[in-house]
Design a protein around this ligand. Structure first.
Ligand SMILES: *[C@@H]1O[C@H](CO)[C@@H](O)[C@H](O)[C@H]1NC(C)=O
Ligand SMILES: *[C@@H]1O[C@H](CO)[C@@H](O)[C@H](O)[C@H]1NC(C)=O
Ligand SMILES: *[C@@H]1O[C@H](CO)[C@@H](O)[C@H](O)[C@H]1NC(C)=O
Length: 260
């Protein structure tokens, strides 16, 4: 379910590889980015679509992950997962054929990230195509932004923990203006996940109330985590307010409709 949502947002890598003769690999169908939010994570399908346009006595499809063979299909001899990867990889179809052969990545974890390659070989030709799979793990993550007023400055401290891959933190105003980070730290935790923190300082007028945000980014992937904070005496979160106002508005409009 999780990867499905993300893969809709992510543009599918569809590469076209055209040749005038015998063998054409059209596409590797599958997500480029999967976000693991909790322990209920679906298996990830990767399917290689191709066409064998000329008679061939043999057809071999191999899947590799980071240049290690994980799966192979030999026409007439069936599909096999390499023993080392049993429990992690399965054949997508019980019956691969001349047009597609895929793998299913079981119980994805941060280790499932990598470069997958579909390699097809006939009598006359060998072709292959790569697909990068990025996993973001935010199970049990925490993301906080705190502020401290010190004299005429506001110190903003952002912290994130239990995430993969390594996050990059940005602290900014609500309009997206970057605030200079004066200290930052990243640690690799025992389970391969990361903890990071950053402190930014901005000058503040005496009684002004400002909204700030901390944005955690992951290797330029199209997924951010954002936490907002409002400095000054009042402490409420703008999204909740606008939501409340909207609800009131809808209620009013609905009321109007039924009170003619
Ligand atoms: C997340 O937290 C829950 C409850 O504290 C724990 O059972 C689970 O093992 C944790 N998962 C990870 C991936 O750390
Ligand atoms: C903030 O305080 C410092 C040190 O007292 C002072 O030099 C600076 O001008 C102050 N900044 C503002 C914007 O008032
Ligand atoms: C993530 O945040 C950065 C910095 O604010 C922004 O440039 C980028 O567009 C954001 N990406 C997404 C997917 O929201």
């Amino acid at each position: 379910m999780n990867w499905l949502l993300v893969s809709v947002i992510t543009v599918l890598t569809v590469a076209l590889f055209k040749e005038v003769n015998c063998l054409v690999l059209t596409e590797i169908e599958g997500p480029s980015l999967v976000v693991i939010e909790d322990e209920n994570v679906d298996s990830i399908p990767m399917n290689c679509h191709f066409k064998v346009e000329e008679e061939s006595n043999s057809l071999v499809v191999k899947w590799t992950k980071d240049n290690k063979v994980v799966f192979q299909y030999i026409k007439g001899h069936g599909a096999n997962v390499i023993p080392e990867f049993r429990g992690e990889v399965k054949s997508l179809s019980s019956d691969p054929n001349d047009e597609e052969s895929g793998i299913l990545l079981l119980n994805p974890t941060i280790e499932t990230s990598g470069t997958y390659k579909c390699n097809i070989q006939t009598d006359k030709k060998t072709i292959s195509m790569d697909k990068e799979l990025h996993i973001i793990d935010i199970q049990n993550y925490t993301h906080t932004l705190q502020h401290k007023r010190i004299q005429n400055e506001t110190h903003l401290e952002c912290e994130i923990a239990n995430v993969y891959p390594k996050p990059t933190l940005a602290i900014q105003t609500f309009n997206g203006e970057q605030i200079q980070i004066i200290a930052s730290d990243v640690n690799l935790l025992d389970d391969g996940k990361y903890q990071a923190s950053a402190i930014a300082v901005i000058r503040t007028e005496d009684d002004s109330t400002d909204e700030y945000q901390c944005v955690s980014m992951f290797n330029g992937l199209s997924f951010n985590l954002t936490t907002n904070i409002i400095s000054g005496s009042m402490s409420f979160r703008r999204p909740e307010w606008s939501h409340l106002l909207l609800t009131v508005l809808i209620a009013l409009v609905t009321y109007e409709k039924f009170s003619y």
